[in-house]
Design a protein around this ligand. Structure first.
Ligand code: PLP
Length: 385
């Protein structure tokens, strides 16, 4: 199989991730924070180290704290659900947001009645229109700003820093969804206007499924969204929220944490910048070849600030049918449809195709694999309608 669905989850993982998980599963899989014996302390130590690793990796503020959750989606629920919402709140989102953000906001909006507005996007370049956005902020100053760092549909890397700076006058709470970026796009949260940075262990970090979280970069207090045992202060029915563990009730997935820890260690040998440049170069070459095919429609942001995600369609075919042909006839795995992105498709005007065919490259994608993809698409393009 040629795996080009890395935006769903990166696959395979670095060998050391499998090894660390196997080892943890066999020698460390006790209940973290629940026992006072040596092995439980060792597991706790690994979890604490992983939290610190994540904060260092994202160059967070000195006081930044990482909360580990089972996925980025749960982290979005905890961060958004944990804010003190008011009816007068003015929320802005980019048109690239994932349903991990949008469905949560929609539910909260029904409950609290605040307004959610999309940031302006240039429909031709598929880039955020900063001039119009500054006007939006002038007209209705933001109290909460939610931005995905990298679009899981177009691969565009968003200028979050610039947008957050445009918004700074009204001191909004700024939330960045880094599910498609941490580990692939360099990020420095230190002194940056970011309150919460959400990450997914199993995507661009090349860790396992079952672990994600958020970095609380500026020490804002969140209300608890999840309740239950934390292994501490058990006679108290209030959640103890003075430390990250207070936001992590229930037994921890120590094998996944060990995998994430190993995935982060891998960056002692490779650099984020090199990973990104490699994906960008492969994507550039792929586009060059696809441009020779007459029936390919590319949904490509105008700038070069992209990761290895590329959405396309083949004229005359539904996106889902292209995916099926690639799978059955060529053993090429891609994702098709709307990719949990409810807002962006009105700009792509891809509804007639049932969404897009999303090709997403990864650390282990080769030029030869992309050549086979181009040949498969070429065959489709030359088929009679
Ligand atoms: N945010 C973005 C931008 C994503 O692409 C995804 C997953 O595709 C998520 C959030 C949710 O991640 P998870 O499914 O791991 O919870």
């Amino acid at each position: 199989m040629i795996y080009l669905d890395n935006a769903s989850t990166t696959y395979p993982k670095p060998e050391r991730v499998y090894q660390a998980m196997e080892k943890a599963g066999r020698t460390l899989a006790v209940n973290v924070g629940r026992g006072s014996y040596g092995l439980a302390r060792q597991a706790f130590q690994l979890m604490e180290e992983t939290r610190e690793q994540i904060c260092r990796f994202a160059h967070g503020n000195d006081t930044a704290q990482a909360v580990l959750t089972p996925s980025a989606t749960i982290a979005c629920n905890q961060v958004l659900g944990g804010l003190e919402w008011k009816r007068e709140d003015q929320v802005y989102v980019t048109p690239f947001e994932h349903n991990a953000v949008m469905r949560v906001l929609y539910g909260l909006q029904k409950q609290y009645g605040f307004e959610v507005e999309e940031l302006a996007l240039d429909p031709v370049t598929l880039e955020l229109d900063q001039e119009k956005i500054s006007y939006q902020f002038l007209r209705k100053p933001p109290t909460v700003l939610v931005m995905t760092h990298v679009s899981n549909v177009t691969g565009g890397i968003l200028p979050w820093q610039e947008i957050a700076e445009l918004a700074e006058k009204s001191h909004p709470i700024v939330i960045l969804d880094g599910a498609q970026s941490l580990g692939l796009v360099p990020v420095t949260l230190k002194n940056a206007p970011v309150d919460f940075y959400i990450f997914a262990g199993h995507k661009t970090l090349y860790g396992p499924l079952g672990i994600g979280g958020y970095i609380n970069n500026r020490g804002r207090k969140l209300r608890p969204v999840l309740f239950g045992g934390t292994g501490r202060d058990s006679l108290n029915l209030e959640m103890g929220l003075s430390e990250p563990g207070g936001y992590e009730p229930g037994s921890r997935n120590i094998t996944a944490i060990a995998g994430l820890h190993a995935a982060l260690k891998e960056y002692e040998q490779i650099s984020v910048k090199t990973c990104l440049e490699r994906e960008q170069e492969l994507r550039r070459r792929l586009i060059k070849k696809l441009n020779h095919l007459s029936r390919i429609i590319l949904y490509n942001p105008a700038g070069t600030n992209v990761t290895g995600i590329l959405s396309l369609n083949v004229e005359g075919y539904q996106a889902g049918d292209v995916g099926r042909v690639l799978d059955i006839e060529h053993q090429i795995a891609v994702r098709t449809g709307y990719h949990c992105g409810p807002l962006i498709h009105k700009y792509l005007k891809d509804e007639g195709y049932g969404g897009t065919v999303r090709v997403s490259l990864g650390r282990f994608t080769t030029e030869e694999e992309l050549e086979l993809l181009v040949e498969a698409l070429e065959e489709l393009c030359t088929d009679n309608f």
